[in-house]
Design a protein around this ligand. Structure first.
Ligand code: DAH
Length: 383
């Protein structure tokens, strides 16, 4: 059965009932995508225009919002997946989405000159980008060897956190970094008088558009898109009008979490975050929940963990308190549920937001956030 037909059926209709079957199915889809991408690279379009058209067709086929293959996989495989299969389907869907990013750059790859296209056709590795200078080529020259890089510490941290929530059946959602004032503030019940609305914190593009100051706006977008129940985490870049110093950066990374279902209570929040903290920082870690305030949650809280360095005894890192604050959280405000099109009389939810960069600093013992964003290979290659 061709891929486009398979993505139109549900897992049940395809007779896929276990994790192994899911892995195999996704492997097949990824292979098909890679093959189509490779074919495009080694193909010989007569003009640049034709090349552009082919690239666009490939992107539309896979990535089109309305009926692209990825959208269909989401609709037919992920959304209706059973509780047992959801984690593995979610994980594989995210891998597929990451792999699909290579389609975005297909056009940027240099066309391989026709004469040597055949020679290269056998050699192109799916993940390699090919950059061949146009014009006469000396094929006897040794090739360029690209030094292997490593994952950025923030990426590693993000993936580690993602893994924990994927294993609990959450899936990963994204949203725009250029956001509307409505989603970033109003829909989250942040009143016009809230200090974070001030120019000082927020980088405005115009009166109604800004660079998102947190990942929370995606809560509303996801509620509107999927309705309830909903179990997602939202990693992404955020921006604030902050001067760079050792603990601030105008661009930083957050992960937002959101769980909405029938009868969700504060106990779900505590249980999940306690489990998360122990998975990430070690079984010995203790968590502390303290009341706090966020306009989009009621009640709101701050979570702290026992200091990983001194085990709660008190040291300079935890400012002698024994505790390190690691996230904000709370029960989703009924107004926020309403703004997301969800009836607070039927559903309740909890949410959290954390700063990934700070986690990376803690985990790798780095004392200056700026080091993460200076792209100094001597620093980065240590990870
Ligand atoms: N958006 C908040 C911030 O950037 C973090 C946050 C706190 C997110 C509590 C939440 C939450 O979802 O429930 O400071």
């Amino acid at each position: 059965m061709p891929i486009e037909e398979k993505v139109g059926k549900t897992l049940a209709e395809l007779g896929v009932a276990d994790a192994q079957g899911v892995e195999a199915l996704f492997a097949e889809v990824r292979a098909a995508m890679e093959k189509e991408r490779e074919e495009l690279i080694v193909r010989a379009p007569s003009t640049e225009k034709e090349r552009g058209q082919l690239c666009k067709a490939l992107r539309d086929r896979w990535l089109a919002r309305k009926n692209g293959l990825l959208t269909q996989v989401h609709e037919h495989w992920l959304e209706p997946a059973s509780k047992e299969l959801r984690p593995v389907v979610g994980k594989n869907f995210n891998m597929l989405r990451q792999a699909a990013a290579s389609l975005e750059t297909a056009e940027l790859l240099e066309a391989v000159p026709v004469g040597i296209r055949k020679v290269f056709a056998d050699r192109i590795e799916p993940k390699d980008s090919v950059s061949i200078e146009k014009g006469p080529l000396d094929l006897t020259l040794p090739g360029y060897r690209r030094p292997l890089g490593s994952l950025h510490p923030v990426t590693r941290m993000q993936r580690e956190i993602e893994e924990i929530f994927l294993s609990l059946g959450y899936w990963i959602e994204g949203g725009p970094e250029i956001e509307s004032v409505y989603y970033n503030f109003d829909a989250l019940n942040i009143p016009e008088t809230h200090p974070s609305r001030d120019d000082w914190d927020t980088l405005y593009i115009d009166a109604t558009t800004l660079l998102r100051t947190h990942t929370s706006p995606v809560q509303i977008r996801a509620m509107k898109k999927y309705g309830a129940p909903l179990y997602i985490i939202i990693p992404g870049k955020c921006y604030r009008h902050d001067n760079p110093d050792s603990s601030h950066s105008p661009m930083f990374h957050q992960i937002e979490g959101l769980a909405i279902d029938r009868d969700i209570t504060f106990a779900d929040l505590k249980g999940t975050l306690d489990f998360f903290a122990r998975k990430l920082f070690g079984e010995k870690i203790r968590t502390r929940f303290q009341p706090s305030f966020f306009p989009f949650t009621e009640p709101s809280g701050e979570v702290a963990i026992s200091c990983t360095l001194c085990d709660g005894q008190g040291c300079p890192v935890c400012k002698e308190s024994g505790w390190v604050e690691v996230m904000g959280c709370g029960m989703v405000h009924p107004e926020v549920l309403r703004n997301g099109g969800i009836d607070p009389a039927r559903y309740s939810g909890w949410a959290f937001g954390l700063g990934v960069d700070r986690y990376a600093l803690m985990k790798y013992g780095i004392n200056d956030i700026q080091l993460l964003f200076q792209s100094d290979v001597r620093f980065l290659e240590q990870f």
